[in-house]
Design a protein around this ligand. Structure first.
Ligand code: FEO
Length: 172
């Protein structure tokens, strides 16, 4: 059995991951409305990945005998004044999620819960990649986004992102 506090933190993380999916779909809604379908598509794929993260944590809890309980998913409440705003918010959000995963890892280490640490190793690596991707989006937009041709090319590049479910996933 998992320690009660760790199980509760993981249960809450399911909600945070589902919120992340909701938030990124909201970004996609904004870009679709702005006619930037490539940007919208990129965030739709990101939302699918976040949903996968929620499923993985749910499965880990179930595999470890924990009864998963859901809370409400918060409404995304960001308003955007430029095409750059969601990209900045996305980077900030990923840094926040990294801090949440780190807190759970810290708690697991303190309780010598090596199984959960092993499970979270995958998420630690994933967060590193997601922060890099989010930062790249900001950098690319700053380089190319203010020019119409550059924005068109960037939008086309982002449209090519393919959703691929993680082949390995975390240790269960
Ligand atoms: Fe699942 Fe991007 O954090």
């Amino acid at each position: 059995m998992l320690h009660e506090k760790i199980a509760a933190m993981l249960n809450e993380q399911i909600n945070k991951e589902l919120y992340s999916a909701y938030l990124y779909l909201d970004f996609a809604n904004y870009y679709a409305d702005e006619g930037l379908d490539g940007f919208a598509h990129w965030y739709e794929v990101q939302a699918q990945e976040e949903r996968d993260h929620a499923f993985m944590i749910r499965r880990y809890l179930i595999n470890n005998g924990h009864r998963v309980v859901f809370e409400s998913v918060a409404k995304p409440d960001k308003s955007f004044h430029s095409h750059l705003d969601p990209l900045l918010a996305g980077y900030e959000h990923e840094q926040y999620v990294t801090s949440l995963i780190t807190e759970i890892y810290h708690e697991a280490a303190g309780k010598k819960d090596y199984r959960t640490m092993q499970f979270l190793d995958w998420f630690i690596k994933e967060q590193g990649e997601e922060e890099t991707n989010a930062d790249d989006m900001v950098k690319k937009y700053k380089l190319f986004g203010s020019d119409a041709k550059g924005l068109y090319a960037l939008n086309s590049e982002l449209a090519a992102r393919v959703y691929t479910p993680s082949a390995t996933g975390p240790a269960m």
